[in-house]
Design a protein around this ligand. Structure first.
Ligand code: ADP
Ligand code: MG
Length: 323
């Protein structure tokens, strides 16, 4: 399969998931496991509008749902990339994971999963008009203006709540990063569940090395399972990035995870963070408080961290709002 053209119509051979509207009564109440994957016989058609993004294994397009004229985002697998014998396509697992989170307000809503004639899968999601946190950080960096306290707190709290909600079902995203977080003013959304634990579990895979991953996860090469404290570490790194427009372990800009891990083993958070930039952003008093909170979460020893992201987010909020 090659890339798609504007105006091209997408047919599907099989509709695996189909629910165009988020069910009412949302919120972290229960997980919908029944009937989620039922084929309802309709064959929705989508018309490609524009290219959005690509990586090694998939493309993302903006498209129009021809049945109701809504815009959707369609993530389509590239042929052959995941065609391992006997395993279902990873994109299908990704969509099914998102489908089980349809009642969670902090997750991008998945509408549909299509099986195409060539065997590829396409995930159809709500099209999110809002920027990702990555877009926002880049923009703010270019205009040299800091992210507002209220927005920072909102993002950290909401992503933390979503992460803890998912953990109740033993699901960890493991790829949280600014590019997978969308700044919906109603509720911050996360997406891109391609390496989340349910997907990896099903394929007996170990997580790859993401530059935002907690050190104990990378070092253990799959032995330490992702957990609330490792997710908390990642959310704290993202918070630091929002505050300083910089990565906490600066090496991460250039070096691969191995070098980062070595640096993290040799040095502590106190040596690797840029306190001056926290101070510039927050003033001396708040910088010390916020630095203490971040230092606790970015401990190498997970036992010294807060028990989970929500407690961390509360401590961070308190430090930022202190006078
Ligand atoms: N539902 C969506 N609405 C709007 N843009 C999206 C949506 N899903 C993905 N994108 C865009 O495509 C990019 C890549 O999508 P993502 O699911 O993160 O895949 P990957 O990072 O694996 O390539 C996102 O960073 C975002 O810019
Ligand atoms: Mg992504």
């Amino acid at each position: 399969m090659v890339g798609l053209e504007r105006g091209q119509i997408l047919h599907s051979d099989a509709v695996i998931l189909n629910r165009n509207k988020r069910p009412t009564g949302q919120g972290p109440s229960f997980i919908d496991t029944e009937n989620v994957f039922a084929v309802d016989g309709r064959q929705p058609l989508y018309m490609i509008d524009s290219f959005v993004s690509a990586n090694d294994s998939s493309w993302v397009y903006k498209a129009k749902d021809l049945t109701n004229k809504d815009y959707v985002a369609i993530k389509i697998s590239k042929a052959g990339v995941y065609a391992t014998k006997g395993t279902s396509d990873i994109l299908e697992l990704e969509a099914k994971t998102m489908a089980k989170l349809r009642r969670c307000r902090g997750v991008v809503y998945v509408r549909n999963l299509l099986r195409m004639g060539d065997g590829n899968r396409a995930i159809v999601m709500d099209f999110i008009e809002y920027p990702t946190l990555e877009d926002k950080i880049n923009h703010l960096f270019s205009v040299e203006s800091p992210i507002e306290d209220a927005e920072l707190i909102k993002v950290v709290k909401e992503v933390s709540k979503t992460s803890e909600y998912m953990a109740r079902f033993d699901l960890f995203h493991t790829d949280l990063k600014p590019g997978n977080i969308y700044l919906d003013p109603t509720y911050t959304l996360i997406s891109d569940f391609g390496i989340s634990t349910w997907v990896l579990q099903d394929r007996s895979m170990v997580p790859g090395e993401s530059i935002y991953m907690a050190p104990e996860i990378i070092v253990s090469k799959g032995k330490v399972k992702p957990n609330l404290r490792s997710e908390e570490f990642v959310i704290a790194e993202i918070a630091y990035q929002m505050l300083t427009n910089d990565l906490i372990f600066k090496l991460r800009n250039k070096a691969g995870p191995e070098k980062v891990i070595r640096a993290m083993e040799e040095f502590s958070y106190l040596q690797l963070r840029d306190f001056a930039s926290l101070e510039k952003r927050l003033g001396p008093r708040r910088a010390i408080l916020v630095d203490n909170v971040l230092g606790k979460v970015l401990e190498k020893n997970p036992q010294k961290r807060y028990p989970g992201p929500v407690e961390f987010s509360k401590a961070l909020e308190k430090a930022i709002l202190s006078t």
